[in-house]
Design a protein around this ligand. Structure first.
Ligand code: FAD
Length: 408
């Protein structure tokens, strides 16, 4: 049996950064990264943005050039899925049956795209966007597509809709709630994005439930809504969230549900086993200490760095301010902090100019900002969030007052 000082399961953002950060922290031991995709680590955000639109090719979304890993003695197993963990023997078992020993294990498996539960969910022409393979299948079908239905008005669904409009497809977006982005943003931001998508020709329907996907000759031909309406289409994109990939760890006895519970150093309840990224359930200071999973590149990278430093014996705790971005049409959204639990919002600037920010307050303190084409607010507002400052809302609402003046 092969044994490595550190085994990283998952070769995505968190896994790759854990390996990079270990070598940067002068970790000299043996290092293996195991990933179930065929590719070397690549950036996932472009899959619903520039990669989907054809603006960036695959080589340009690799996290590091191919030679980088071997140069740093980072071994990578691709197309290899871990199906079991034995924390007492300190081994992981691959789908092939091969067991691999570890000194320390870093679980960085992200999540799989949640599928529709209705009939027709697995028909040809029904897509999710989580992996390069998903995006490639979608891209391959695009030339024959006239009408697309996007199910889910979250970031991934809306980004996919924007790309589909860009390549001139007819697009319907279906959202079950009464506004898009309802789980992550306040109403002014939702209404702004709804208006933008409609202005770009998207048929956006809110508060609608999908009954099933209709089939013709083994492929999708429509989406039937609960009220009986059938929307004809030749492509469906499903963006309804992810399911964290944690079953082997939970079966091995790790604490958690809908994620693996970790402490401030990203340690799970199993000895010498860490978890990071989308699958890690952690108490977050910016969520008022609530246990959450964050699905962002920032979180995956920062938790990976904490684990690497912990492994080499540094005393660090995960305490990063969350940030995120989304690109739709010519709109660059940058968010900082977490808006969950806000009790007031201030809109700074005029949404009609496509350049404004929504500032979120809880008990008078700034907890988050959503900045649309407003990089300056994003940069300057970060401090308001990190320090939990309580500026005068009237001053915050005035776009002529730089936020840095309110942080003093
Ligand atoms: C289309 C899309 C757009 C996004 N846009 C943004 C954005 O704009 N900004 C942002 O901050 N975030 C964005 N995200 C989210 C961001 O990509 C994730 O938060 C980030 O990838 C999480 O990193 P991770 O390492 O936890 O998981 P991943 O990057 O998903 O990596 C996990 C890897 O582990 C593999 N794996 C799973 N189970 C096993 C197993 N048992 N054995 C071996 N390998 C396994 C998976 O196949 C995958 O390759 C986007 C995500 C998607 C899908």
């Amino acid at each position: 049996m092969r044994i490595f000082d550190v085994v990283i399961v998952g070769a995505g953002h968190g896994g790759a950064q854990a390996a990079i950060a270990l070598r940067m922290a002068k970790f000299d031991g043996s290092l293996l990264m195991i990933g179930d995709e065929p590719d070397l680590p690549y950036e996932r955000p472009p899959l619903s943005k520039d990669y989907l639109s054809g603006k960036r090719d695959f080589d340009r979304i690799l996290i590091r050039p191919p030679g980088f890993w071997a140069d740093r003695r980072i071994e990578i197993l691709t197309d290899a899925r871990v199906v079991a963990v034995d924390p007492s023997a300190k081994t992981v078992t691959l789908r092939t049956g091969e067991a691999i020993g570890y000194g320390q294990l870093v679980w960085a498996t992200g999540g799989r795209a949640r599928r529709l539960a209705c009939s027709g969910a697995h028909l040809r022409g029904v897509h999710t966007v989580r992996t390069r393979a998903d995006a490639d299948r979608l891209i391959a079908e695009l030339p024959a597509v006239t009408r697309a239905v996007v199910i889910g008005g979250g970031y991934i669904g809306l980004e996919a809709a924007a790309v589909l409009r860009k390549v001139d497809k007819q697009v319907v977006v279906l959202e079950a709630l009464d506004r898009v982005l309802a789980r992550v943003a306040a109403e002014p931001l939702s209404r702004f994005y709804e208006a933008q998508h409609r202005a770009h020709g998207v048929d956006l329907r809110l508060g609608v439930a999908v009954d099933c996907i209709e089939e013709r000759d083994g492929a999708v031909c429509g989406v039937r809504l609960a009220d009986g309406t059938v929307l004809d289409c030749d492509l469906v994109v499903v963006g309804i969230g992810i399911v964290p990939e944690v079953e082997p760890l939970l079966r091995a006895g790790a604490d958690g549900e809908n994620g693996v519970r970790v402490d401030q150093q990203c340690r799970t309840s199993l000895a010498d086993v860490f978890a990071i990224g989308d699958c890690a359930l952690h108490a977050n200071r910016y969520a008022a200490g609530a246990s959450i999973r964050l699905e962002s590149v920032q979180n995956a990278n920062d938790q990976a760095t904490i684990v690497a430093k912990t492994i080499v014996g540094q005393h660090v705790s995960y305490d990063s301010v969350p940030w995120f971005w989304s690109d739709q049409y010519d709109l660059k959204l940058q968010t900082v902090g977490l808006s969950t639990g806000y009790d007031a919002t201030v809109v700074r600037g005029d949404p009609a100019t496509c350049s404004f920010s929504v500032v979120y307050f809880r008990q008078n303190r700034v907890i988050a900002l959503d900045c649309v084409n407003m990089a300056r607010d994003y940069v300057q507002g970060k401090r308001l969030v990190m320090e939990g400052l309580a500026p005068d809302p009237a001053a915050v609402a005035d776009p002529n007052v730089p936020l840095k003046e309110l942080a003093g």
